[in-house]
Design a binder for this molecule. Structure first.
Ligand SMILES: Nc1nc2c(ncn2[C@@H]2O[C@H](COP(=O)(O)OP(=O)(O)OP(=O)(O)O)[C@@H](O)[C@H]2O)c(=O)[nH]1
Length: 360
């Protein structure tokens, strides 16, 4: 799948750089263009692998917005023409999707990403997706409140919002801050593989994944979730039926970017590995298991041939907002919003309710 990536804010820029670097190092060539946008100049200077665009210099003089996501939204809107201008030539007729990436708890990314998505959708015909990093449980109230408002607005604006919970992809005992490097690495590898899986054309049979399958899986909008797991596999595919089942189960149950997301409108199961090691029967069984587990009648499947002695499973869920973890996060965001003295009321549906305000 040919994609253009735009990172907004510090986390967005770092993840965009990681993803772009991974894609280039692996020779996948799925990332066609990448841009990092920020109001903090030093954060942009630390990026070497992507182009950069400073916004809000007239308001914050390159110092960032200090967690004020309303200001983040305003400066993105004020400087939107410069950002769109920078994207000329990076989003081409080959681009199949645009991904806007941001940490939702801060200021520039949290406020800027929904505004950017909104504007991109006016200009481009391809889907505009968001990749949003949710703050960990131990991050402060401002982060939770910011992320709640940003998420609510992204869900309204983006064609789908892939969520990564900062508590999900780090090791036990590690603090979130010290884990950023390893979380970013996992994001890059897993999302990078997803992009690349829709690109595979060499030496493959009929069951290769096509980028339209990623797009169709995300078609219902809302929240999307990506899971991944891998295991050593035998050389003979006949011995790997259990392995295929096991990696699919782990990808969904313990390896998901947002835990406990086991209900979805649609899903895509990609089995990555050497074609000789991929067991047809096992893949079909795993696909049916994903169907049962997610209560979805639309589970697409496909292979991603890569040279490895392991079998990997990538599970992409579309329309996965019915999740305990997300409910728990929205509850945190509501409580934090109260603390932040934003008016919130009780007992109304999340996302469509007034307890969490949209950003714009
Ligand atoms: N996974 C991951 N999360 C990060 C990283 N850096 C920051 N975050 C998270 O992102 C949120 C903060 O967003 P930032 O990107 O630092 O903030 P910003 O958008 O640059 O906004 P300002 O600094 O307020 O201008 C917090 O919830 C952090 O936990 C990172 O490298 N990786």
């Amino acid at each position: 799948m040919k994609v253009a990536l735009i990172g907004v804010g510090q986390a967005g820029g770092k993840v965009t750089e990681r993803l772009t670097r991974f894609d280039a190092n692996m020779g996948f060539d799925a990332v066609q263009g990448a841009l990092a946008v920020n109001s903090a100049e030093p954060d942009l200077h630390s990026l070497e692998f992507v182009d950069t665009q400073l916004i809000g210099a007239d308001r914050v003089n390159g110092h960032g917005v200090g967690g004020d996501n309303e200001l983040g939204a305003e400066i993105m809107q004020s400087d939107i023409q410069q950002v769109l201008g920078q994207l000329d030539g990076r989003i081409t007729s080959h681009s199949e999707a645009i991904f806007v990436i941001a940490g939702l708890g801060g200021g520039t990314g949290s406020g800027g990403a929904p505004v950017l998505v909104h504007n991109l959708k006016q200009v481009y015909d391809v889907p505009v997706y968001a990749i949003g990093v949710l703050p960990g449980r131990n991050e402060g109230a401002l982060y939770q409140a910011n992320a709640g408002r940003s998420l609510k607005t992204l869900l309204r604006e983006a064609d789908s919002t892939l969520l990564i919970d900062n508590d999900a992809w780090h090791e036990q005992g590690e603090s979130v801050e010290s884990a950023f490097e390893s979380i970013n690495d996992k994001i890059a590898r897993r999302i990078g593989l997803l992009f690349a899986s829709g690109e595979a054309t060499e030496g493959v049979g009929e069951s290769v994944v096509d980028s339209s399958e990623v797009i169709n899986t995300l078609r219902s909008g809302g929240v999307s979730v990506l899971g991944y797991a891998s295991e050593l596999a035998a050389e003979d595919s006949g011995e790997n039926i259990q392995v295929a089942m096991s990696v699919a189960r782990q990808a969904l149950l313990t390896g998901a970017s947002m835990p406990n997301a086991t209900s979805a409108d649609a899903a895509l199961l990609v089995i990555a590995g050497q074609p000789d090691r991929i067991p047809r029967k096992g893949v079909e069984r795993a696909r049916r298991w994903v169907e049962d587990e997610t209560d979805s009648m639309q589970v697409r499947g496909g292979d991603f041939p890569i040279d490895s002695d392991r079998l990997g499973a990538l599970v992409l869920l579309g329309g996965a907002e019915r999740s305990d973890r997300l409910d728990e996060f929205m509850q945190r965001a509501r409580e934090a919003s109260k603390k932040e003295q934003r008016s919130v009321e009780e007992n109304v549906e999340q996302f469509t309710d007034d307890r969490i305000e949209n950003l714009f």
